[in-house]
Structures are given as structure tokens and as C-alpha cells.
Ligand binder design. Structure first.
Ligand code: HEM
Ligand code: HEM
Length: 178
């Protein structure tokens, strides 16, 4: 039984993680920046990065059926269960937040494109719910980032305090190569 995730799963994990930090940061920047010529580019990066995440998560879920996760690190049952629940919740957020974003863009009634590539409009303009959808997008994004921080804290706690080598399961290095 392998002791770490396969190379493709690891690549997807770090790509998704990088993209989430990027899209979240760009989401905050676009809210605060003045309405100048750069703002549409920043918004387009947010939309395209977020939409790309939906594709990566779908690929990760598909791949999880083909390549099973390595055997669990030994830990108390409550810890193993909460880690499973946190990972499932992370997947839920990673799909829900960008999908709500797509919904938000739809109900705002604006089409968008980056480098000339247009995106399909999947929803009709709807002024009566755009505020509510915007709030839901924002709150779920913040909840996801809170869970991400807890996840990183848990990974570091395992690796540094419990010294169970958990980080090696998501890295190309092995303990013997240190
Ligand atoms: C946006 C950021 C992140 C997200 C959404 C995320 C999500 C996930 C998910 C869903 C898993 C379950 C395994 C899988 O299905 O691939 C996982 C595993 C893991 N993540 Fe992250 N992760 C993020 C960032 C990080 C960071 C920064 C670290 C390192 C400090 C890290 C360390 C790990 C480790 C070590 C595992 C394997 C856990 C195990 O073997 O049970 N993750 N991550
Ligand atoms: C991981 C994925 C995503 C994250 C973490 C995220 C996060 C955010 C954040 C933090 C904001 C600022 C909210 C505020 O302070 O009011 C925002 C705004 C927004 N997001 Fe996202 N988002 C994601 C994906 C998407 C996607 C895929 C779309 C559409 C295709 C989208 C459309 C929007 C729109 C239209 C706004 C409002 C921009 C404005 O006020 O002009 N988001 N997002």
C-alpha cells in the first residue's frame, strides 16, 4: 500500500490550493480597487481562475475514483473522522463557491471574456436576487478560507508536533531524502 498520494493527485492538490489563494486575493482586490482600466482585467482573472477551479476539482474527484488515497496515518478515531469530514467539506466549498460565483455573474447580467475568449451566460439577469447571491458568494468564500486555514494548521500540527510525516504524503519528497 503506498504511503503518499500519487503524483497527479499531489499536483492537483497544489494547483487547486494555489488557485484558491489567487482567486480569493483577486476577489478582495477587485472589491477595493478604484474603477480604472485595470479593474476589468482583475475581475476577468477572478472569473477565469474561479471557473478553472471547477474543472480542476471535477478532475480531482474523477481521479479519486481511479487512484485510491494511501492508507491513513495512525491517529485516534475522532481525529481520523474529523479529518475525513474536513476534506469532504473542503470539496463541497471548492465546488459551491465558484458555482455560486457563476450564478452571481449570471444574475448580474454581464457577459465576460478574457483574451477574447467569451464565457457562456448560464443564468438570466435578475436584479431582485443579485444582492442576496452576492452575500452568499462572499460568506461561503470566507467560510471556505476559514476551513483552509484550519486544514493548514492541522497539517502543520501533525507534521511538526506529532511528527507523523503527514506532509510527505502530499510532497514529492520522502523522509529518507531529508
Ligand atoms: C486552498 C488550500 C488547500 C485546500 C483547498 C486543500 C485541500 C485538501 C484536500 C481536499 C485534501 C484531501 C486529499 C485529497 O483529496 O487530495 C488535502 C490533503 C492534504 N493537504 Fe491540503 N489543501 C490546501 C492547502 C494545503 C496546504 C497549504 C498544506 C500544507 C501545509 C496542505 C497539506 C495537506 C496534506 C499533508 C494532505 C494529506 C492529508 C492526509 O494524508 O490525510 N494542504 N488537502
Ligand atoms: C474559489 C473560487 C472563488 C472565490 C474564493 C471567490 C471569492 C470572492 C470574493 C472574496 C469576492 C469579494 C466579495 C466581497 O468582498 O464582496 C468575490 C466577488 C465576486 N466573485 Fe468570486 N470567488 C470565486 C469564484 C468566482 C467565480 C467562478 C465567479 C464567476 C464566474 C465569481 C464571480 C464573482 C463576482 C461577480 C464578484 C463580485 C465582483 C464585483 O463586486 O464587482 N467568483 N469572489
Amino acid at each position: 500500500m503506498p504511503t503518499r498520494f500519487d503524483a497527479f493527485s499531489r499536483t492537483l492538490h497544489w494547483l487547486m490550493a494555489g488557485l484558491i489563494f489567487f482567486v480569493f486575493a483577486v476577489g478582495l482586490i477587485q472589491e477595493w480597487m478604484p474603477r480604472n482600466d485595470t479593474r476589468p482585467v482583475v475581475i476577468a482573472l477572478h472569473l477565469f481562475g474561479g471557473t478553472a477551479l471547477i474543472g480542476l476539482v471535477a478532475l480531482r474527484i474523477f481521479w479519486a475514483f481511479l487512484r485510491k488515497a494511501p492508507a491513513e496515518v495512525a491517529m485516534p478515531r475522532w481525529m481520523a473522522l474529523s479529518s475525513k469530514a474536513a476534506h469532504l467539506l473542503l470539496y463541497g466549498f471548492m465546488l459551491a463557491v465558484p458555482l455560486i460565483g457563476v450564478w452571481l455573474y449570471g444574475v448580474r447580467g454581464r457577459s465576460y471574456s478574457l483574451f477574447g475568449v467569451p464565457m457562456p451566460m448560464l443564468f438570466e439577469k435578475n436584479d431582485s436576487i443579485r444582492r442576496m447571491v452576492g452575500e452568499v458568494h462572499e460568506v461561503t468564500a470566507y467560510l471556505m478560507m476559514t476551513l483552509v486555514i484550519l486544514h493548514i494548521g492541522a497539517a502543520l500540527y501533525h507534521h511538526i508536533i506529532l511528527k507523523d510525516g503527514l506532509l510527505f504524503r502530499m510532497s514529492g519528497r520522502t523522509p529518507s531524502q531529508r
